[in-house]
Design a protein around this ligand. Structure first.
Ligand code: BGC
Length: 723
């Protein structure tokens, strides 16, 4: 249908029918959904009537090929205008083939990999009947107490923007109408959900507009520049106004300034939450604020269907606002080809063929391999020696809870477990497995069995971590150490003084007290997904070199949080040549730097850096400079180094961070091989938001840092001159 036909269709709809297009409910409300049959209960409780369901615009969280066809066909029979439903679901890091959690994918610094993971997730979801996924989540994160950091690619706006684009490309492809095995993307959570105060989920966000624009907004904007079809609001307030009723943010910035004319959906229940937030007295007022803000779809509450008809009749809400929202929703349906092909990609045959296929699982394996970060390796503990007898001990030794949150259709039974993968590679005789303790509780019996296993082995691998539900939504923690039972297990094992490596399965940067100081090697496996065990085993055995680098800092302790690499210097920086002993910006009981900084990660080989060169020590707007550095593989194995380029603007109208990532290059080097990383750095990369929010650069001196992490670099400098 062309736009005029869509407008004509809207003309034929009653006000109630139009408002119902703005309603999104979960699957149990719909006929044809198997195993549910509970339609009447929730409907009555919410005052949802049959006509509202018949005219509703979208369904949430249903992804079953045959069922999706059934639901759509039943719906088309009931909908007075034959308007198909949009099927939306959270396909965040895979559908059935689960990829590492996004924070882990971030650590790969690999956009092709991210794009491919999204393409596979889209394919499995689309053949299961999904049209839109609530991804990518691109919230910038600095506080590991927040459980949802696992959904983000990390703390850097530049890297997050690259990943946002890669995920959108992978999900959407080039043409949603023709490519029926892609899905529309919905970037979330707009805006700055990641800045929830004190890392407590759903909490207040209060940032200066400048900070919002400089750090938090770029990744959403990048997703939209890549053509992302939808945006989801966030739960939090921004400058005292909940995002879902925030006219300035949504209608002002998102729609008018950025020109976004796609669909804006509220987060789950977020329109009604305007009431407890204290932004609306009742559901009608909540509806009033949300529709004025430009929220098109209300997810899972019924303020719109109950409140908007009267608001329009009273003349408080212009019907044109409703028409606008309906048009955007219909346009998306048209883009997806649903008017001609209402069941789109849904196909039980294709589902049987592609879901969890070998090809998809191989891609998940590769992603896991490239996301695992080696955090420590002293005394040659890793890779495991080919003759060693290994004791694998810990609650994650045999656990399938390695998929992480947001893996609804993933199967923990089908996940490759670490014990199985190691046993396959080492042979049964060389592996002894013991649980050691549960995730949160231990028993003497378990501990004794673990100590016995450890006594028989040459080397110990501890498989530790957080249960899935300890991170993700509503998974905030105030103490981000491993649970006490696991710390006690480490303590007991450390007493044996045998070579010990810890492998961590978890969703956030942890406080590694009791782990980092007690084991020779630490491997951050994150939640590595369906092929996790295989990937970890191959890393442990050195079949593959670990190449991932952290995209979120690991604090020494929670007291440092938020601790992130691109911070300001302060007027009394620690370590300045003329600094006083006491009156500097510091803690009395902890360092300022994190335990492990952004960009950090080890390999089994080592890399030496020398010869940092700038093509000129002057830059102008039309004359970028080239930055190059030599990198030599100084170890005995092949490896991949991620060479990172940072800058610091020495004096700005607004003070600038001590480091800002501006580029990175991956070099794959054989033992002894020397490579050169070359970067182009131009004036446009030095721009930032000034106090009047204008975006530009300040002439003057800049420092350039190139190296293996945000804290381990060579340094040079140049002057930015006006043309
Ligand atoms: C989450 C969103 C998610 C939505 C739909 C909400 O609770 O915050 O990220 O997309 O539910 O499942």
């Amino acid at each position: 249908m062309d736009n005029q036909q869509l407008l004509d269709l809207i003309d034929r709809m009653t006000l109630e029918e139009k408002i119902a297009q703005l309603l999104q409910l979960a699957a149990p409300f719909y006929e044809g959904v198997e195993d549910e049959g509970q339609i009447t209960g929730p409907m009555q409780a919410m005052g949802i009537t049959d006509p509202m369901i018949a005219s509703s615009g979208s369904i949430l969280g249903y992804a079953r090929a045959a069922g999706a066809v059934r639901v759509q066909e039943a719906h088309l029979k009931k909908n007075p205008h034959g308007i198909p439903l949009l099927f939306m679901a959270d396909i965040v890091h895979g559908f059935k083939t689960i990829f590492p959690v996004p924070l882990a994918m971030g650590c790969s610094w690999d956009m092709e990999l991210a794009e491919r993971s999204a393409e596979i997730a889209a394919r499995e979801a689309a053949v299961s009947g999904v049209h839109v996924t609530f991804a990518p989540m691109v919230d910038l994160v600095r506080d590991p107490r927040w459980g949802r950091v696992m959904e983000s690619t990390g703390e850097d706006p530049y890297l997050n923007s690259l990943f946002a684009k890669a995920f959108v490309r992978g999900l959407q492809g080039d043409n949603l109408k023709e490519e029926t095995e892609r899905v529309a993307a919905c970037v979330k959570h707009f805006a700055a959900y990641g800045a929830s105060e004190a890392g407590r989920d759903y909490n207040t966000v209060d940032l200066s507009e400048r900070q919002l624009r400089e750090y938090y907004l770029p990744a959403y904007k990048a997703a939209l520049d890549e053509g992302c079809e939808m945006v989801m609001t966030s739960f939090n307030t921004i400058d005292g106004i909940p995002a879902s009723g925030n006219e300035k943010l949504m209608r002002g910035l998102l729609r008018e300034e950025w020109g976004f004319d796609g669909v804006l959906i509220s987060d789950w229940g977020a329109v009604k939450e305007l009431i407890p937030h204290g932004a609306a007295e009742d559901e009608r007022e909540a509806a009033y604020r949300a529709i004025r803000a430009g929220v098109d779809i209300e997810m899972m509450t019924s303020c719109y269907v109950h409140g908007l008809p009267e608001l329009v009749r009273e003349g408080r809400v212009d019907e044109a606002l409703i028409d606008e929202s309906v048009l955007r929703i219909l346009q998306l349906k048209e883009k997806l080809g649903l008017f001609d092909n209402p069941t789109r990609g849904a196909s039980p045959e294709r589902a049987a063929e592609v879901i969890f296929s070998r090809e998809h699982r191989d891609a998940a394996y590769e992603a896991a391999i490239k996301s695992i970060v080696l955090l420590k390796n002293e005394g040659g503990v890793l890779p495991l020696s080919p003759e060693a007898k290994v004791a694998l001990i810990g609650p994650f030794a045999s656990s399938g809870d390695i998929l992480g949150p947001w893996s609804w259709d993933g199967s923990t039974e089908d996940a490759v477990k670490l014990d199985a993968a190691l046993s396959e590679r080492l042979g049964k005789d060389r592996l002894i497995v013991a649980e050691g303790c549960g995730i949160e509780r231990g028993t003497d019996e378990h501990l004794l069995a673990a100590l016995k296993a450890a006594a028989e082995a040459d080397v110990i691998v501890l498989a530790l971590g957080e249960a899935s539900e300890m991170s993700g939504e509503a998974g905030s923690r105030s103490d981000i150490r491993l649970p006490q039972a696991q710390l006690e297990l480490i303590d007991s094992i450390a007493g044996l003084r045998k070579p010990t490596a810890a492998v961590l399965f978890n969703g956030r940067p942890l406080d590694l007290h009791g782990v980092y100081d007690k084991t020779g090697a630490v491997v951050e496996a994150w939640f590595p997904g369906s092929e996790g065990g295989a990937a970890v085993a191959d890393i442990l055995l050195g079949a593959v070199d670990p190449s991932a680098r952290l995209t979120m800092s690991f604090p020494h302790s929670v007291g440092q949080v938020p601790v992130y690499y691109n911070h300001f210097n302060t007027g009394r920086p620690l370590g300045a040549a003329d600094a006083q002993v006491r009156y500097v910006s510091q803690y009395l009981d902890a360092p300022n730097d994190p335990l492990l900084p952004f960009g950090f990660g080890l390999s089994y080989t080592t890399f030496g850096y020398d010869g940092l060169k700038l093509s000129s020590d002057e830059m102008t707007a039309d004359r970028p400079i080239t930055v190059s550095v030599n990198v030599t593989n100084t170890g005995a194995r092949a490896g991949t180094e991620t060479v990172q380029l940072y800058v610091r603007d020495i004096a700005g109208e607004v003070v600038r961070p001590v480091r800002e990532l501006k580029g990175f290059v991956k070099l794959e080097l054989a033992p002894g091989e020397r490579g050169t990383a070359v970067f182009t750095l131009g004036e446009e990369q030095l721009r930032y938001h000034h106090s009047d929010l204008s975006f530009g650069s300040d002439p003057g001196r800049f420092e350039v840092f190139v190296g293996r992490s945000s804290l381990d670099t060579l340094k040079s400098s140049f002057i930015l001159k006006e043309n």
